[in-house]
Design a protein around this ligand. Structure first.
Ligand code: ATP
Length: 488
């Protein structure tokens, strides 16, 4: 059974505290689009920053994060959302990027044909679509997922363009630019974070399947004879990254695709998956795919759209024997000045969704436990146990009462800490209520200025998870927090 109770409690907390709102809510919303509120934007930004820091800017070409000698470099890129339409014809998205969809004539629900085995019949959620006696499913039908638009004043075929359905192609078409300008040598990776758009047939499960979402993608280029090694490296490294930020191993799994499931280009793919509460027990949802793409993408952009041919791929030809979707004709091979070889590098692609990651960390953080109230009596509380790197607010400062100079001291502490972290100041309501607000926001530390502060310049610091309270000298607060928040 899906844990719908947990999901509805989490969704109501997200609304109440300002993590996630329905897009255009005052007009009734629009299916598959979501907005991040003041706390949500911080959480998602922290996730993207952690990814960029751990994969790109924090990586150097001398050591890996584990301290071992490293042999590769990482650089970043930020490409436009609308690209030359030929990009999508050559990449295969124009022809192939469609889902097969199935409608139920009885209840009008719509399902992806490949999700029928894991879906729920809306009339009887314990049954799969098609299993209920009243189900009347259509045959699978094609549905193109790319959003179409027009560039320029004329709305004709020549002005047709698409919102990108993935960020990866921007990296491939800039491969030569990066190679020529940044002096990187194989193996190296190019990373990008950005919005992607897919007109999903059945947007659902909150932000999990949206029509507008953000991806965090790496294209890692290497020698063909080293590609197996790098595939395994990225598959394991990306799995470890999620656990390092707090996803528990029993809810997370790394699943290798079997041959039938592999994309048309892939010689190996593994998904990082999370047991989201909205799924049936035992089911997992994809957070990230790590794919061995061979030389498929760079070759396509050189030669034209490729199709399977024997054991490999060949340019797809039209009736006149010309490439159906011609490539750029540019030479995207790499020249190895050591071996004097010229070849098309192989690619390993770890492709993650920032929204699905954010949702997994929200689900994982949601905890119900007890905390003592002002009189020391146990009270039910909801607390979001985010990893300190992800927590939207790192600390909150409270004056115990609004007199005796406590608000002024609290404001001074707040301004000082604000220079380094996202910190909140709250003087409204009882101290217990203020704790509850910060617990629901997932703030790791609450700092209270009280009468003892006036005497000895110490404050109380309360730990969100252990509820332990310690006294810390005001002048030590910054180093106290930095040790707690920044030590991995
Ligand atoms: P699915 O099978 O769930 O549709 P996919 O295999 O098509 O996903 P990819 O094309 O591999 O997904 O995209 C890489 C990542 O982008 C996914 O692992 C996911 O985190 C994210 N992603 C893809 N589609 C969506 C979506 N509709 N909403 C939110 N995130 C998405």
């Amino acid at each position: 059974m899906a844990d719908n109770d947990l999901m509805s409690k989490l969704m109501s907390l997200c609304k109440r505290r300002g993590f996630i709102f329905q897009s255009s809510e005052i007009y009734g919303g629009i299916g598959g689009f979501w907005d991040y509120g003041p706390l949500g934007v911080e959480l998602k930004r922290n996730l993207k920053d952690a990814w960029w820091r751990d994969m790109v800017s924090g990586h150097d070409d001398t050591t890996t994060p584990q301290g071992a000698p490293s042999t590769y470099e990482m650089v970043g890129l930020d490409c436009s959302i609308i690209m030359h339409p030929q990009v999508w014809k050559v990449s295969g998205h124009y022809d192939l990027f469609h889902d097969m969809l199935v409608d139920c004539r009885t209840c009008k629900a719509r399902f992806r044909a490949d999700h029928l085995k894991s879906g729920e019949c809306p009339k009887k959620p314990s049954k799969r679509p098609g299993e209920h006696t009243e189900c009347d499913l259509t045959d699978p039908r094609e549905f193109n997922l790319m959003f179409k638009t027009h560039v320029g004043a004329l709305f004709d075929l020549a002005s047709e363009a698409f919102l990108r359905p993935e960020t990866a192609q921007g990296i491939f078409v800039n491969f030569k630019n990066v190679l020529d300008t940044s002096r990187v040598k194989l193996p190296f990776g190019i990373a990008q974070i950005g919005k992607s758009f897919r007109n999903e047939i059945t947007p659902r499960y909150y932000t999990f399947r949206s029509r507008e979402f953000e991806q965090m993608e790496i294209e890692f280029f290497c020698r063909p004879d080293e590609s197996r090694h790098w595939y395994t490296y990225w598959r394991d490294r990306r799995f470890a990254w999620y656990t390092s930020l707090g996803l528990k191993s029993e809810k997370l799994r790394l699943r290798d695709h079997d041959a039938a499931e592999l994309s048309h280009y892939s010689c190996g793919t593994a998904d990082v998956e999370y047991a989201f509460p909205f799924l049936q027990e035992g089911d997992f949802g994809e957070l990230e795919g790590v794919a061995h793409r061979g030389d498929f993408d760079l070759r396509s952009h050189m030669e034209g759209k490729l199709v399977r041919s024997g054991d490999g791929f060949a340019v797809e030809l039209d009736a006149e024997g010309k490439p159906r979707h011609p490539g750029s004709g540019k030479d995207l091979r790499y020249f190895d000045d050591q071996t004097r070889e010229r070849f098309v590098p192989h690619v390993i692609e770890p492709s993650a969704g920032a929204d699905r990651g954010t949702l997994a960390f929200l689900c994982e953080a949601y905890t119900e436990d007890q905390a003592p109230d002002e009189k020391g009596q146990p009270q039910e509380r909801v607390v979001m146990k985010f990893h300190p790197r992800l927590a939207p607010i790192k600390a909150a400062v409270f004056p115990l009462v609004k007199r005796d100079g406590m608000p002024d001291i609290g404001q001074d502490i707040y301004r000082e800490l604000k220079r380094r972290w996202n910190v909140a100041y709250d003087e409204g309501g009882s101290i217990g209520r203020r704790y509850r607000r910060q617990d629901e926001s997932g703030t790791p530390f609450c700092i209270t200025v009280d009468s003892q502060t006036l005497a000895d310049q110490t404050v109380t610091v309360r730990d969100r998870d252990t509820l332990e309270q310690v006294r810390v000298a005001m002048k030590e607060l910054s180093s106290f927090l930095s040790e707690k928040l920044e030590t991995p």
